[in-house]
Design a protein around this ligand. Sequence first.
Ligand SMILES: C[S@@+](CC[C@H](N)C(=O)[O-])C[C@H]1O[C@@H](n2cnc3c(N)ncnc32)[C@H](O)[C@@H]1O
Length: 269
Amino acid sequence: MTTKPTAADVVAAGVERREARWLLEEFGGDAARLAAAVERRRRGEPLQYIVGHWPFRGLDLDLDRRVLIPRPETEELVGVALDELAARRVAAPTLLDLGCGSGAIGLSLVSELAARGVRATLVALDVSPGALAVARRNARKHALTSVSFLEGSWYEALDASLAARFDLIVANPPYVGVVEYRDLDPVIAHEPRGALVAADARGVPGLADLVRVVEGAPHWLVAGGALVVEHGDRHREALRRVAAGAGLRDLVDHDDLAGKPRILVAHRP
Ligand SMILES: C[S@@+](CC[C@H](N)C(=O)[O-])C[C@H]1O[C@@H](n2cnc3c(N)ncnc32)[C@H](O)[C@@H]1O
């Protein structure tokens, strides 16, 4: 590579053209850093970790290997959650983001609600201290102050005084089955396994964390409050049964852009 690299140099080094532009934009002023970035990409590391930040809806989120790279279907989940809140016209909603990772879902909600003149309060929770560090950084980066962070496993981390207090619970828990994980694109191995893989439950691969999130929701939601949860495309029927069994009502399924069922909305009566 020359000292003033061009997109053609980066492509010639083995990077796809669109990605080469990203790398040049980020590291083009520093040939040594660019060369290191190209080498990381050539070894298969996701572009988002190399660049260190990535857009998610309206937010530019800092990302590193401690967090899942937020997916496009999760952007849709945020839209569904905003519609739920708009339908209930809660003036100052209290939100819970379970397994917040980078903070993508919860921070987007707070930010987009603020843009509509709604001041939301968010509890963002994750079992991974590394993920929480990234989420905290993203909240600071976007000056989102009405957010508190909790470390712990699902609802166990919440104080009892928060029972029946949340207008909305959002979650994108791990839901890839152990066997399915082995067959996925190896690029996935760069992301934290604990963000992706869940145990089987009720004979369904990857369902265990979804069951915990759904079964726990009624205790923490206000009457009429909504749970909006992302799941794998083979989980819909099993998850609807779990939700109905937990006493949740008015179940609505949303498909992703590929037409696969990926988001369940359920309400506490
Ligand atoms: C699929 S990632 C979602 C991250 C982020 N919400 C997003 O949509 O990009 C799942 C997240 O759940 C967290 N997680 C896994 N097990 C958990 C548990 N028992 N309690 C709380 N969070 C957990 C992981 O650390 C990870 O950040």
